[in-house]
Every structure is written in structure tokens, then in C-alpha cells.
Design a protein around this ligand. Structure first.
Ligand code: SF4
Ligand code: SF4
Ligand code: SF4
Ligand code: FES
Length: 940
């Protein structure tokens, strides 16, 4: 349980070594230089009345409620905008300031509806609080004059209302949108009495640039901007701190409840990843957890053509165990396996891989990270020695040059994007490497210095060319390389070759050599250069090569091992990092230790009491191939929809259809469940206890807000299956599972639920050397000792555009939707995105007679689908783009089975396709014109 209302110190904290001592109302206080008088007073325990100030925003000084008296100073300065000075003596209460404050409040109240008792913010309204704080007893001015009481509500946003009749024009919302979110969607229009908050140019919230992050709602001190759920359900009465289950940013939230009902999710100020900010998904899109589509009872069927039969948990667990054992008896342990989920907690993932290795008796466990960030694990391990990003999110505030490669943070990782944009507005330079003109390239107060708009599939050529410039133009950080790295000379010889020069690769990448050279110099010469990347790097046939290429570049420039630098994967799903850490890959035990390592295996064997296999098991694509060959027959799929999310869907469906037993554990009947023989209902994150690990290796607690609606904890279901198969697995609480993980995994040695509850979150490695965790990695030495330069020759993908398939399809995620959409499609987020659209450049559209909104066929050599076209010059010619949130689109029907050479991560980002009108009819207008020409010809 946590405090519903967190303390607000009025202005942001300042840090720095210098301190200042002062006296507030007779209390001595010592604060960092630059602190406001208001904050110093709050630290001393004195609340100064305030309305326009809040500690998430820079002081503004507009409401004049926080006036104080300071010895030796004239007048009554605003405490929020006045910095402390040594020896200052402040009085926050005096007859003079009391009278001034009362007058200010009178003016506010005279233009405010006095419906406090029935107002939805009753009890959570700062205006109400301040009226009490200043002792307001009467309002001399009536409502006869002009007022705003009849201002019309804006209810266009699906999640919050805007009631301007209650607005006090404090501008907190506008500043929150600017300073925190960085969208600049709001303005204060007009002056004096006429001033009012306006989204965009007098538009509704829904029609404006607003991205529904909720920062303005949170900042608003009145009921003007308020969550609709609070209006409908009433004020929450208790809260539980937990972690968002959408993306790899891993934002902390206070789940605020009224009784047992979840009223709202409020971003947690002390959340290490988000520091009080959120995006539309975590903040508002939790309705799927209680959606009527959820399956709450286990179901079984003999054949997938049979109807489902609801059963109790005992029968479901017994059926899974019995049929798995039967397959193992007939075909051996190699014929069964499981896929873990990056949506699930670390504890759940750990027990699934333990069940496979100890109860199934194979190493056939793989993870959905196979299809997203497996090249990150491989590439960073080869070069740095650790399969994880190097920095914490805070580090971006120290970066001077930020390189964003194959990632679209404002849509995919919005809360981190807001941090990044704050730094960019402060003047950091930006290099974007992406075929698509993502929002970051040009957004309010941000303009990329270089947008390297490469052809899909040529990442490695680009990063090699950047490194070529660094090496051949003497931009290498020689002391760093000499002290910290190995194999530099052979790499430098490779990278200096003419074939890697910007001029040589220009015809391949499409990037002008001069622009690429300028970008490389900018990165190399920055005091701090930081690389952030996403699936646009990994989901390629050279995904692992590219990760190593970026690591080489960072090491050559000395950009590793301190704040503001590093190589940082922006992880897609909430627990991608954790599911990999937990030993989900068929070749690795928890902590990325190879199954062939006898000493490591023995540690696990001793604790688990069973022999483990020394050879790696099957990867997901190998499982599918083996299923079609008839050698792999039983699969447990934990919280993944492989029939929708994996490439070359026909192949996946054929594999699923060939298996004797498919067990699916999920919230909803998904596409994969259509091939299942047993369906085990899962629990939503609101019903779970455990941990997620975000993209910065931060282990966050997930706490149950409500009991599992399916009646069982997911970790317990897995343990009971293992037990029924003859391998007893028992825990009383997921905290015990974490204790086992910590005892077996050196990088988690100091992690426990108790410790997490005490400190909030921990970034691994957490051990005797780093008992507080490790925000920045590789500070004095790389995990592997010396950082290793690895030559990364560019090998073009086999997937090329041809006469038959002349365009390249690339895929991505948009802000309001999440991956295959199983959750977000069951929330009001569909208001923004009801279908997947195909973005196509105007020239490519014109060549094909396609107009905006036309239905088109999208065909590759493996399949075809239909969607509607959106004409957009965000894409270069020759490249089309879509999302894959809706099963009906089946975007992965067209993606091929090409994959990364090292990890089999599918090449989602490069598919040769053709696009054509789905219904090639002569348009009405054209038909009229044509008829006119024909008629004229006849007359002639
Ligand atoms: S919800 Fe977010 S983006 Fe929209 S106006 Fe408010 S702060 Fe700005
Ligand atoms: S909407 Fe709320 S935060 Fe914005 S100016 Fe009005 S009262 Fe202040
Ligand atoms: S940024 Fe990611 S973790 Fe944070 S609220 Fe949004 S979806 Fe959740
Ligand atoms: S709180 Fe200081 S002027 Fe409003």
C-alpha cells in the first residue's frame, strides 16, 4: 500500500555540491544552491500555499498565492520563483501575505462553480485545499459579472474530460505538455480574462496533436482535466505500486483503487524508469484486464476440430501432463518443449524454463525474444561480454550527440522518448538512421542534424561507413582503445578498406557520402555520444552483425562506461530483458550461461536434483521445422500469439497443425489457440506478484492489485504441471522463486523481494561488488575484461526487390497500439487506430493508381493480404510500411522466413513486395473524363 497523495515540494529538486543555509518561520534548513524558497520551506516542513507550482514543473510564478516576506527585501516575492540565499530569513505567514492570498483566492473563487460537494475532484482539488489553507471565509464578488461558468466541456478524448468552467488558467497543463511530454499540444489563448487553455488552434483534444499521455491531467490542480474513470467511479481510496505491462520502458504506476475496483493508474513519481511520467497505454489502456473476452476457465479438446470443453484446473493440468508424458514416452524428450513469454514475470518465465529442462527433460525452450532482440543478446555478449544495454535511462540527460537507429521512440518507447526530447531541446545533437521519417526527425523544437534515410537492409553498410570515417580520419579515442579493448588492429584494417567508405556504400545505402561523413564526425567528436536502437536493427539477416557494428563504433570513439554514452537497445516488450535473463534460450541457463558449461550445469543440477542436458535444444523456427517433419509433437506456449507474431504465418500454422499437443496459456483465445488442445486461462499483470526487468536492466516489482480472475497464479499452474509429470516443483510465493534465481545467478545475487520493496528497483548486476545495482555498465572494465572489436562485413540480404516484387516492406509499432494488439484492441485505444494501414510514398501510389484510403493487396513471394493505403511521404520511394496490430491484416502472412545468421531472429524489416489496387476499377471521375474524351472524338 502506498500514499494516495505524494508530497509536492512545489519546484523541482536541484542538485550540486554547494549548499545554502536559511531560516523559514524560525526553522533552519540547508538546501542545494538554486533551490526555491518554496521548496526549502517544504523541506523544513512548512507548506506555502500554491496553485501554479508543482515540483514536476519549472516555477512559473503566475498565481501569486505563494507570496512570502524575506528580511531585507522589499515587497512580497513569490516563493516559487525566488531562489534561496545564504542567511536568508523567510516568513511565510504574516497579516500582509494572508490578506494578499485571500484576495487572490477570492478572485479565483468568484469565477469558479461552487459545486465542491458534487464535484468529481472533491477531496483531490488543490483549489479547494488552498481556499482552506488561506482561510477564505467570504467571496465579495458575485457571479453577476462576466465569467466562464458556461464554458463547454470537451469530452472528445476517450479517457479524460476537459471542463473549462473549472479552469484557473494556472498553465500547469500547458507546461506539463511542453516540459514533461514534449508534445506542445496546448496553449493559453488570449490574455487576461479571455485567456483559456486550448488544444492546438482551438481544436478538440482528439483532433489536436495531443497523444493522451495524461501529464496535463495529472498536473491540473482542479477538476478541469480529469480522468473519466474518476468521474464515473469516484475518488480512489487506496493504491498499490506496480509496473506497466506494455513496453520495455517499465514505468512504475500507482494503481489507485476504490474498494476492489481499479479507478486509475497514476505514474509513480519515484519510479526509476519514468519519474512520474506515462504514455497512453500504461496510463489509460488497462481495460483489457476486465474485458468480457477474457477466458477464465481452463478448456480441453481432443482434436482442434472438436468444440472446447470447460474443465476444472485439476483436469486441465492432468491432461497437459498426461499428454506430454505420452509424447515423451513414444518419441523422446526431444519431441516436447515450450515458448516463454516476455509479457510474463521473471518468476513465471523461470519456472517455465525449469519445467522444460527438469520435468520435460529437454532444452527445447525458447522465447519470443527470438523474434525481436535475440541479436542484442548475441552481439553485445560477443563485444562487451554482457547481453544487455549499457546505460540507465537517466544517462541520456548527459548525452551531447544522440544516435537513434532503427527505433521510433515516440511511438514505441514514449516515456523514454520524452526524456530524450528534453535533452534534445537543451541542445543535444541528433542523428536518426531510419528509412522512415519518424516523428523525432522533426517535431516541436527538435530537428535532427542528420537523417540518414537508408535503404532497408543496409544498416551494416552504414555503421561500417561511419566507423570507416572514424578510423581513417583519426577520430579514434586511442587511449580508450589501448587501455580497454582488444583486436582493434585487425578490425581497423578491415574497416579502413575502401569498400567500407561512405562513397563506396552510397549506391547501396542511398545515403549521400558527405552526409554520412558529417554524421560520423559529429558522433565521434562529441564529448558524449549515445546510441539507442530498436528492432530496425535486430530484425534483419545481419541483426547480430549490426549490433556488433554499433558496439565497435562506440568503443572506437570511447563512448562506453560513463553517463551520456553507451549502446542501448530499446526493448519492445515489458519483460524482454527479464525473459532472456531467466534462461529462456535453448542454449543458456539463467544468467546467460551456456548449457555445455559443466560447472554451471552442476550448480543447477545440485539444486534442482536432476540431470540436465549439455546440448542446446531447439529454437522456435527449428521447433516449427521439426513439427512439420514429425519429430517435434508437443508445445507449451506461454502468453504468446506465435500464429500472429511470427514470420511466414503459413509455415507456423502448418507446424501448429502438425503437432499432437499444443497448450496455450493466455488471457484471450488468440490465433495460436485456434490450434490448441488445451487452453489455460492466464492472469493479467494486475493480478500478478513478481518482477519485470526493463530495457535498462531495472528489476521492478509487479504487485497484485486484485486476485487472479482465473483462480490460479500462472507460476503455480506451471509448477503443478511439472509436479504432475513427476518432477515436484513447489513454492509458496513468487518471492521464493526470486530467492532461487538469486541463489543460482551471480548477477542477481543481491536481489530479493524484500530488498526491492525497500529500495524500489535494482539494476542488475547486483552482487557483492555492486550491492546497490549497476546503472551504468563497463565503467572500469568490460564484463568480458577487454572490449572486443569484431569485423562486421556487410552481406546484402537475400531478400531483394525484383521486377515482380519491386517494393520493400518494413513494419513497426504505433503509439496507441501494442504489438499484435491482443490488449490494446480491447481498450478505448481503438479510437486512434481501427485498422493497420499501408503507408506508401505518393510516387509509388501514383504509379499504381492508388489513392489515399484505397484497399490494396500487399503480396510477397510467400503470401498476400489486403489493407487500406495511406499516402505518406514519410517513406522514401520504393519502401512501404505497416503495423501488425490486427489479425485480420495478417501482416506476417507476407514476411519471409529469412532470419539473422546468428540467432534466427526473423527479418521482419525487409520483405520484397508488390502493392496493387485490390479492386482495380476505373474511378468515377476518370470514367467521366474518359467518356468526355470519347464523346468529343465521336463528335469530331
Ligand atoms: S495528454 Fe499529454 S499530450 Fe495530450 S495535451 Fe495532455 S500533456 Fe499534452
Ligand atoms: S486546465 Fe487545469 S492545469 Fe490547465 S490551466 Fe486550467 S486549471 Fe490549470
Ligand atoms: S512507456 Fe511503456 S512502460 Fe511506460 S506507460 Fe507507456 S507502455 Fe507502459
Ligand atoms: S505558486 Fe508561486 S506564483 Fe503560483
Amino acid at each position: 500500500m502506498s500514499l494516495l497523495k505524494e508530497p509536492d515540494f512545489g519546484t523541482p529538486a536541484k542538485d550540486g555540491p554547494a549548499t545554502v543555509s536559511l531560516e523559514v518561520d524560525g526553522l533552519s534548513v540547508c538546501v542545494p544552491e538554486g533551490t526555491s524558497v518554496m521548496r526549502a520551506a517544504a523541506i523544513a516542513g512548512v507548506d506555502v500555499p500554491k496553485l501554479c507550482a508543482t515540483d514536476r514543473l519549472e516555477a512559473f510564478g503566475s498565481c501569486r498565492l505563494c507570496l512570502v516576506e524575506i528580511d531585507g527585501r522589499r515587497g512580497t516575492p513569490a516563493s516559487c520563483t525566488t531562489p534561496v540565499a545564504d542567511g536568508m530569513v523567510v516568513r511565510t505567514q504574516s497579516p500582509k501575505v494572508a490578506k494578499l492570498r485571500e484576495s487572490v483566492m477570492e478572485l479565483y473563487i468568484s469565477d469558479h462553480p461552487l459545486d465542491c460537494l458534487t464535484c468529481s475532484a472533491n477531496g483531490d482539488c488543490e483549489l479547494q485545499d488552498m481556499a482552506g489553507a488561506v482561510g477564505l471565509r467570504q467571496v465579495r464578488y458575485g457571479y453577476e459579472g462576466e465569467n466562464h461558468l458556461d464554458a463547454v466541456k470537451d469530452q472528445s478524448n476517450p479517457y479524460f474530460d476537459f471542463d473549462p468552467s473549472k479552469c484557473i488558467a494556472c498553465s500547469r497543463c500547458v507546461r506539463a505538455c511542453d516540459e514533461i511530454q514534449g508534445t506542445f499540444a496546448l496553449t493559453i489563448e488570449g490574455r487576461g480574462f479571455a485567456s483559456k487553455v486550448s488544444p492546438g488552434a482551438g481544436e478538440s483534444f482528439m483532433d489536436s496533436e495531443c497523444v493522451s499521455c495524461g501529464a496535463c491531467v495529472q498536473a491540473c490542480p482542479t477538476a478541469t482535466l480529469q480522468e473519466r474513470s474518476v468521474i464515473q467511479l469516484g475518488m480512489p481510496s487506496r493504491s498499490v505500486i506496480t509496473t506497466c505491462a506494455y513496453c520495455g520502458v517499465g514505468c512504475s504506476f500507482k494503481a489507485e483503487l476504490r474498494g476492489d475496483e481499479l479507478v486509475r493508474m497514476v505514474p509513480h513519481k519515484d519510479g526509476g524508469a519514468n519519474e512520474g511520467h506515462s504514455c497512453v497505454k500504461g496510463r489509460f489502456a488497462f481495460g483489457y484486464a476486465t474485458h468480457p473476452d477474457r477466458v477464465l476457465r481452463p478448456m480441453v479438446r481432443e482434436k482442434i476440430t472438436d468444440p472446447w470443453r470447460e474443465v476444472d484446473w485439476d483436469e486441465a493440468i492432468d491432461t497437459v501432463a498426461r499428454r506430454m508424458l505420452d509424447i515423451r514416452r513414444r518419441y523422446g524428450a526431444e519431441a516436447i518443449g515450450a515458448i516463454t513469454s516476455s509479457r510474463c514475470t521473471n518468476e513465471e518465465v523461470y519456472v517455465v524454463q525449469k519445467m522444460v529442462r527438469a520435468a520435460f527433460g529437454s532444452n527445447n525452450v525458447d522465447t519470443c525474444a527470438r523474434v525481436c532482440h535475440s541479436p542484442t543478446g548475441y552481439g553485445l555478449k560477443q563485444t562487451f561480454g554482457e547481453s544487455a544495454g549499457t546505460q540507465d535511462f537517466r544517462s541520456v540527460a548527459q548525452a551531447d550527440v544522440i544516435v537513434v537507429i532503427g527505433a521510433n521512440p515516440t511511438d514505441g518507447h514514449p516515456v523514454f522518448a520524452s526524456r530524450m526530447k528534453q535533452r534534445l531541446r537543451q541542445g543535444a545533437k541528433l542523428i536518426v538512421v531510419d528509412p522512415r521519417r519518424i516523428d523525432l526527425v522533426r517535431s516541436p523544437h527538435i530537428e535532427a542534424d542528420h537523417h540518414l534515410q537508408l535503404r532497408p537492409g543496409t544498416n551494416v553498410a552504414v555503421v561500417n561507413a561511419m566507423a570507416h570515417v572514424v578510423v581513417t580520419e583519426d577520430l579514434v579515442d586511442e587511449s580508450f582503445v589501448a587501455a580497454r579493448c582488444e583486436d582493434f588492429d585487425q578490425w581497423a584494417e578491415f574497416i579502413s578498406r575502401a569498400e567500407n567508405s561512405p562513397e563506396a556504400v552510397e549506391p547501396i545505402t542511398g545515403i549521400p557520402a558527405a552526409e554520412l561523413r558529417a554524421a560520423a564526425r559529429l558522433y565521434a567528436q562529441a564529448p558524449n555520444g549515445a546510441i539507442y536502437y530498436g528492432l530496425g536493427v535486430t530484425e534483419h539477416s545481419q541483426g547480430s552483425t549490426m549490433v556488433m557494428g554499433m558496439a565497435n563504433l562506440a568503443m572506437a570513439c570511447g563512448n562506453i562506461g560513463r553517463d551520456g554514452v553507451g549502446v542501448n537497445p530499446l526493448r519492445g516488450q515489458n519483460n524482454v530483458q527479464g525473459s532472456c535473463d531467466m534462461g529462456s534460450f535453448p542454449h543458456e541457463l539463467p544468467g546467460y550461461r551456456h548449457v555445455s558449461d559443466d560447472a554451471v550445469r552442476r550448480t543447477f543440477e545440485n539444486l534442482w536434483g536432476t540431470a540436465l542436458l549439455p546440448d542446446p535444444g531447439l529454437r522456435i523456427p527449428n521447433m516449427f521445422d521439426a513439427a512439420i517433419d514429425g519429430t517435434f509433437r508437443g508445445l507449451f506456449v506461454h502468453g504468446e500469439d506465435i500464429a500472429q507474431s511470427d514470420p511466414n504465418v503459413q509455415h507456423v500454422l502448418a507446424a501448429l497443425g502438425a503437432m499432437e499437443l499444443v497448450v496455450v496459456q493466455d488471457l484471450f483465445i488468440n490465433e495460436t489457440a485456434k490450434f490448441a488442445h488445451v487452453f489455460l486461462p492466464g492472469a493479467s499483470f494486475l493480478e500478478k506478484d513478481g518482477t519485470f526487468t526493463n530495457a535498462e536492466r531495472r528489476i521492478n516489482r509487479v504487485r497484485a492489485v486484485m486476485k487472479p480472475k482465473n483462480g490460479m497464479h500462472e507460476w503455480d499452474i506451471v509448477c503443478q504441471i511439472a509436479t504432475a509429470m513427476g518432477y515436484p516443483m513447489h513454492y509458496d510465493h513468487p518471492g521464493q522463486i526470486m530467492d532461487e534465481i538469486a541463489s543460482l545467478t551471480p548477477t542477481f545475487a543481491g536481489v530479493s523481494f524484500a530488498r526491492l520493496d525497500e529500495v524500489g528497483s535494482i539494476q542488475w548486476p547486483c552482487d557483492d561488488d555492486a550491492p546497490q545495482g549497476t546503472p551504468i555498465m563497463h565503467i572500469d572494465a568490460f564484463t568480458r575484461g577487454l572490449g572486443r572489436f569484431v569485423p562486421t562485413p556487410f552481406v546484402p540480404t537475400d531478400e531483394r526487390s525484383t521486377r515482380r516484387f519491386p517494393l520493400i516492406l518494413t513494419t513497426g509499432r504505433i503509439l496507441s497500439q501494442y504489438n499484435v494488439g491482443a490488449q490494446t484492441r480491447r481498450t478505448a485505444n481503438i479510437a486512434w487506430h481501427q485498422e493497420d494501414l499501408l503507408e506508401i510514398h505518393p510516387h509509388d501510389a501514383e504509379d499504381r493508381g492508388i489513392a489515399d484510403g484505397d484497399e490494396v493487396t500487399l503480396a510477397s513471394r510467400v503470401g498476400q493480404t489486403k489493407l487500406h493505403a495511406r499516402i505518406s511521404d514519410r517513406m522514401p520511394t520504393g519502401v512501404v510500411y505497416t503495423t501488425f496490430h490486427y489479425p485480420v491484416t495478417g501482416a506476417n502472412v507476407v514476411t519471409t522466413e529469412n532470419s539473422d545468421w546468428a540467432t534466427n531472429c526473423p527479418e521482419y524489416k525487409v520483405t520484397a513486395v508488390q502493392v496493387a489496387l485490390a479492386h482495380p476499377v476505373v474511378r468515377e471521375q476518370e470514367a467521366h473524363a474518359l467518356n468526355g474524351v470519347l464523346a468529343a472524338e465521336l463528335v469530331d
